[in-house]
Structures are given as structure tokens and as C-alpha cells.
Write a protein that binds this ligand. Structure first.
Ligand SMILES: [Zn+2]
Length: 163
């Protein structure tokens, strides 16, 4: 599914709708009414326009959470990351669809909308964005990773343990 179609099919309130300053082109999320980057804030008055973030970005830093808050117990351990979007704004969110231990700095991710938590049996379900890997995850111990590695070079005759 294309990103554009994904966003069209996502209820508006879940969108990563930010704003962009038409004077300096800086993108903000959440949206701002004035631009703090412009040297004189009033330059940006009336020059902020809605801007839809693509949801693409990469992990800047992350932490693996083992002790979750009430309502999140079923999800531990999980990785909580700061993601720098391709448009600039940095977002914080959980990284899903990946083993928490496989998350790394520089990992390409894409925002995806998921259930965040549920309050009680008949309670309110909260949705929000999380991040899923946007690149193939290679795990050193996974067979497919080994298969994709370059063939081991022939013995160079140096210190072989398989004499
Ligand atoms: Zn500006």
C-alpha cells in the first residue's frame, strides 16, 4: 500500500499532521501557530501551513523497557525510540514488529497506527502511532542472514583451528 493511500485511509485524528513555516520551511509536529525558528516570530504569523509528515524516519536513540506502566504489561520488553522523521521533527514512540533487542540506532522505520492501550473490559481504546521497521532486519543467528552473507573466503592458511 502506498504511503499516500495509507494516510487517506487513516482517520484524520491519527495522522501525523504537522505544520510548516513558509518562510524558513521548518516542519513542526505537533503543529505550531508561529515559527520559533524564524528570528522574528511575527515573520511567520499567517505563514504556517498544514504539513503531513510521511511517517518515515530513523531511530536516533532508544531504550528497551522491561518494566511497563499499568496497561502495557503484555508488551514488555519493548523498545521506546526517538525517531527523526525525514521532514525533521523528532517523535517518540514504541518500535513494534521487531525483537526489542534488534532495534539499533539508524534503523529505518515508518509510523504505523496501533492500539496503544485499553482501559478496562469495556473501556476506551487508545490509538496512536508506533514505529515499525522499514528495512529488512538481519539477525546474526537467523538462517536467512547466514544465507545472505558473502561466501566465506577460502582458507588463507592462517591459524586454522580445523587442522
Ligand atoms: Zn520559520
Amino acid at each position: 500500500m502506498s504511503i499516500a493511500r495509507f494516510w487517506r485511509e487513516t482517520p484524520r485524528r491519527y495522522n501525523l499532521g504537522g505544520s510548516r513555516c513558509r518562510t524558513c520551511q521548518t516542519v513542526y509536529f505537533p503543529p505550531r501557530a508561529v515559527c520559533p525558528t524564524c528570528t522574528q516570530h511575527r515573520q511567520s504569523l499567517g505563514r504556517m501551513e498544514p504539513f503531513q509528515l510521511s511517517g518515515d524516519g530513523e531511530v536516533v536513540t532508544y531504550t528497551v523497557v522491561h518494566d511497563a506502566a499499568e496497561g502495557f504489561e503484555m508488551q514488555t520488553p519493548y523498545a521506546l525510540a526517538i525517531v527523526r522523521t525525514v521532514e525533521g521533527p523528532q517523535l517518540t514512540g514504541q518500535v513494534v514488529d521487531i525483537d526489542a533487542n534488534d532495534v539499533r540506532i539508524g534503523l529505518k522505520v515508518r509510523a504505523t497506527f496501533r492500539k496503544l492501550r485499553e482501559e478496562g473490559a469495556a473501556g476506551v481504546i487508545h490509538y496512536g502511532y508506533k514505529f515499525a521497521p522499514a528495512e529488512r532486519i538481519t539477525h546474526p543467528s537467523a538462517p536467512e542472514a547466514r544465507d545472505r552473507s558473502p561466501a566465506e573466503s577460502p582458507s588463507t592458511g592462517k591459524g586454522g583451528a580445523r587442522a
